[in-house]
Design a protein around this ligand. Structure first.
Ligand code: HPA
Length: 241
């Protein structure tokens, strides 16, 4: 069973024939929202709005552990995280979709493990995304006629503020291609619970200092409106029971 965690611009899944809305309690507290179960393209899927239905949770206050734990408790085996990101690499401008294959984690102070005293987990994270599930998404994109960049390094920053130009210069030197605020700890928590996890990132702006002018929410919103249409097309073909 596949679940989609929708980020900014994807708080609801158009075309999802809702059959159930599930409130899950977890040992880590409540997930960001009720988890919606429905049919997309004749397949069952769960959907969770990462920032809540009203988009009220900041990237650092999302209860990532509750979200991932709740999905697993419902029998989910595969998770697609959808994120809006800034582009650092010159090929990765607004409206480009990236299926990243690596992550550098710059976040701090987030609950980022299910480890507890007496149960220390040292999960292998060499390949932070499931390579086979990434391939499924790439194949779905091809079938849907949606262009994607097959690989890239996602730099996960703390937010909620955007970065300075110097910070983006540093991320670029580190090898980051895109920058966002929510890839971590979502990916490692999914790995700890042995879920197959992959990410679809929509570039909604050039990162700080990579374009003329400032980054405005109005510009971002316009790109989100256009780009999410393609993401929805891709998702519809990626979901298989
Ligand atoms: N930086 C960090 N996160 C983001 C950006 C950005 O430029 N755009 C969308 N999410």
């Amino acid at each position: 069973m596949i679940a989609i965690i929708g980020g900014t611009g994807l708080t609801a899944l158009e075309g999802l024939a809702l059959t159930e809305s599930v409130e899950v309690n977890t040992p880590y507290g409540r997930p960001s929202a009720a988890i919606e179960k429905g049919e997309l393209n004749q397949s069952l899927v769960y959907f969770l709005a990462r920032h809540g239905k009203q988009h009220s949770l900041t990237p650092h206050s999302v209860n990532y552990r509750a979200n991932i734990w709740a999905l697993q408790s419902l029998g989910v085996t595969h998770v697609i995280g959808v994120n809006a990101v800034g582009g650092i690499h010159s090929n990765m401008g607004p409206e480009v979709i990236v299926i990243p294959d690596q992550i550098i984690d710059y976040t701090w102070g987030r609950e980022s493990s299910f480890s507890s005293e007496g149960n220390v987990i040292h999960a292998d994270f060499t390949y932070p995304y499931s390579m086979s599930f990434r391939q499924t998404l790439i194949t779905a994109a091809k079938k849907a006629g949606v262009a994607v960049i097959e690989g890239g390094v996602y730099g996960a920053t703390q937010g909620p503020r955007l970065e300075t130009t110097a910070e983006i210069n540093r991320l670029e030197k580190d090898g980051c291609d895109i920058v966002g605020m929510t890839a971590m700890p979502e990916a490692i928590l999914a790995r700890e619970l042995k879920l197959k996890y992959a990410n679809i990132s929509l570039v909604v702006n050039m990162a700080a200092g990579r374009s003329e002018g400032l980054i405005t929410m109005e510009d971002i919103q316009q790109v989100l409106d256009v780009g999410m249409v393609n993401i929805r097309k891709l998702l519809a073909l990626a979901i298989v029971d």
